[in-house]
Write a protein that binds this ligand. Structure first.
Ligand code: PMP
Length: 456
């Protein structure tokens, strides 16, 4: 008779031996043999995943990690939240795919999303269900604005990231991704992004001043655009938190010139920064909100744009797609909103965010750490070479690997991939945050110290 060994519950990180372990190494080798060279995450995080629970994942070799990547910010209530699993299971037996037909669960999802907006905005908001990715919803947003305004140009910000489809990539800052693609979407203009956070009160000229100057100048070179698109926190751009005065001025300028303002909340949305949407901390109201990643809370794909009814001039079929009716994602999304309210998850985001700020503050004394910055549960540690101020890509990679070896999964982003990024589940506990921060502080100290030998 075979004895079935139940794996230990996922409650603490535990890594034994080298990474990747033998089973992971075998799967990584098969992946390398059969999958595309454009694959990304396992290049920096060489493990093969077996299962997840809450803030933890186990690899196929039995190593357990704290998962502060959380599906790139998708798993807002962690892996396999039992109530979400139940909601999805319930839905699974009745209807899974519904194109864009109305269904009771879709209606519940729509109302749940609208309920997170301020009443005035809610009343004038329309929803469009897009193809299930952030990039697809960005495409929808710019098409909506182009159709409604009859204009063609779009303004975006340096460091921004809006997705990897042809047009979303054209709106993104990442030059290395765009450079090999000839003839990207024309008419995109980039302005400087002004970081510093909601609390920063810097009155020096910023990206909004340049924007206004260019748009009001009859010789400014840019026709009145169809839209301005921006993130409140540039996630992939290195966790740069927009300065309040900058965001407000962008809103004033766009409003006074009749330009729709699109806020891309794909990463910042659904509670990530401590409010349901990040723009809510800036005292502005956008014309279009793009949301996707964490809408279902459990990683089932869904994407929407929420926009001012005045823009609703597009024709039936203007933005279609087969996968716009994922009933499982809707069921989980309704439950996610309910749990976020019931468990005061946004309060937890703010509390644990403050804990991270506190625990990581000391890192800035380190010569290789330029800044520790974040909002809610979206944090970044920027590593630069103290000798020339350049992104310390290799040190950041070493920190990421050191953390993995000690049981913590973190991602990197920003210029030169030199910002170590944390995107924990929003219901992460204080205990897990403490453990993760200890691993991270140790990783930065160990790896950056090793790099502090002066260069010849
Ligand atoms: N916008 C932002 C702000 C993002 O962070 C991302 C993904 N990281 C996207 C758009 C694209 O989303 P997706 O990968 O689902 O297409």
């Amino acid at each position: 008779m075979t004895t079935l060994l139940r794996p230990a519950p996922l409650v603490a990180p535990r890594v034994s031996g080298d990474l990747p372990g033998p089973r992971s190494a075998a799967l990584l080798a098969r992946q390398e043999r059969w999958e595309s060279s454009a694959r990304t995450y396992p290049r920096h995080l060489p493990i093969a995943l077996a299962e997840g629970s809450g803030s933890f994942v186990r690899d196929v070799d039995g190593n357990v990690f704290i998962d502060f990547l959380a599906g790139a910010g998708v798993l807002s209530l962690g892996h396999n939240h039992p109530e979400l699993v139940r909601a999805v299971r319930r839905q699974l037996g009745s209807l899974t795919h519904g194109l864009d037909f109305p269904t009771p669960v879709k209606d519940d999802f729509t109302q749940a999303q609208l309920s997170m907006l301020a009443p005035g905005l809610r009343r004038r908001t329309r929803l469009h269900f897009c193809g299930p990715t952030g990039a697809n919803a960005v495409e929808a947003a710019i098409k909506l604005c182009k159709i409604a305004t009859g204009r063609g140009d779009i303004i975006s910000f340096q460091g921004g990231f809006h997705g990897s489809t042809h047009a979303a990539m054209a709106l993104s800052g990442l030059v290395s991704q765009k450079a090999p693609i000839r003839d990207g979407m024309p008419g995109v203009h980039f302005f400087p992004y002004s970081a510093g956070g909601p609390d920063a009160d810097d009155r020096s000229p910023d990206g909004a001043d340049y924007l206004e100057q260019a748009l009001r100048d009859s010789n400014g070179g840019i026709p009145l655009p169809a839209a301005v698109i921006m993130e409140m926190v540039q996630g992939e751009g290195g966790n740069l938190v927009a300065r309040t005065s900058f965001v407000r001025r962008v809103r004033e300028v766009t409003r006074s010139l009749g330009i729709p303002l699109i806020v891309d909340e794909v990463q910042t949305g659904c509670g990530r920064t401590g409010t349901w949407f990040a723009y809510q901390q800036y005292g502005i109201e956008p014309d279009v909100i793009v949301a996707s990643k964490a809408l279902s809370g459990i990683g089932l794909p869904v994407a929407v744009i929420l926009y001012d009814a005045a823009l609703d001039t597009w024709a039936p079929g203007a933005h279609i797609g087969t996968f716009r009716g994922n009933q499982l994602a809707f069921a989980a999304g309704v439950e996610t909103v309910r749990i976020v309210r019931r468990d005061n998850v946004l309060g937890n985001v703010r509390r644990q965010g403050a804990r991270i700020a506190d625990r990581l503050a000391g890192l800035t004394r380190h010569p290789w750490v330029r800044e520790v910055r974040g909002r809610g549960l979206m944090w970044g540690i920027e590593l630069v070479d103290p000798r020339d101020g350049r992104p310390a890509t290799e040190v950041a990679a070493a920190v990421q690997h050191h953390a993995l070896r000690h049981g913590l999964i973190v991602e990197r982003g920003g210029r030169g991939d030199a910002v170590v990024r944390l995107l924990p589940p929003l219901n992460v506990t204080a205990e897990v945050v403490e453990t993760a921060c200890s691993i991270l502080v140790e990783a930065v100290s160990a790896r950056a110290n090793r790099s502090s030998v002066p260069r010849e």
